[in-house]
Design a protein. Structure first.
Length: 230
């Protein structure tokens, strides 16, 4: 029989949900009784998001002269996409609707981004004779994610300064990248890359704040809770 124990938010800007403790007692009397609970999937989702975002953002600012982002496709599929979607599904399991929505959605973003730049998809090739349309199409794609991210940002105002900052810089990143596609100005595109780097570093910080628990580390990272005392 499963038992549920209430567990409050850990104060890191996201809730860990309710741990489950199923006992293996029915039909397997020779096995010991284990009491298990779900771990916190947020660090996995945040690190996956941060790592993929950092790589693409470095490309966007032209680090080491790189202009083609195609190398990030594998990262976007395996880490930014798959790992984030898994984290999102586990957030659903522990009862964290915000985390589930964020990780699942941005996991889908990275998979869709990878598909766009995957040569076999033919998406980029379809615009070979219409480069202007490609820029406009990518701009609309990015501005849609700006709208979604702004909505998510408004849902962080009772979480923490650290988590809210991630979504603040992320929606600015999408806005700048979209503006760069619409205007064709490289400086705006590079500015979007710079904001993306800041976003990634902040996501690393919030992920580390959730990973460094009293049970696993002597390090404790403040995130500055925005929740009002009842």
């Amino acid at each position: 029989m499963s038992t549920h124990h209430e567990k409050p938010s850990n104060g890191s800007g996201y809730a860990e949900g309710q741990p489950l403790a199923p006992a293996l007692t029915n039909g397997q009397p020779g096995f010991p009784v284990y009491h298990r609970k779900f771990g916190n999937p947020a660090p996995l989702g945040l690190f996956s998001f941060a790592s993929t975002t950092l790589i693409l953002s470095l490309y966007n600012v032209g680090a080491r002269g790189i202009t083609a982002p195609n190398v990030v496709v594998g990262m976007a599929i395996g880490v930014g996409g798959l790992c984030q979607i898994l984290a999102g599904m586990w957030e659903f399991a522990v009862g964290n609707t915000f985390g589930a929505t964020a990780f699942s959605s941005y996991g889908g973003f990275w998979l869709s981004f990878a598909l766009i730049f995957w040569p076999s998809s033919g998406i980029i090739e379809a615009y070979a004779e219409k480069p202007g349309e490609l820029s406009s199409a990518l701009g609309i794609y990015l501005i849609t994610w700006f709208v979604f991210t702004f909505i998510m940002f408004l849902a962080t105002h009772k979480a923490s300064v650290a988590l809210s900052s991630v979504f603040f810089f992320l929606f600015i990143t999408f806005l700048l990248l979209a503006a760069g596609e619409f205007t064709g100005k490289a400086v705006i595109h590079k500015a979007g890359g710079a904001f993306g780097i800041v976003t990634a570093l902040l996501a690393y910080y919030v992920g580390a704040a959730g990973l460094y628990t009293a049970e696993s580390s002597y390090i404790s990272l403040p995130v500055v809770s925005l929740a009002r005392a009842e």
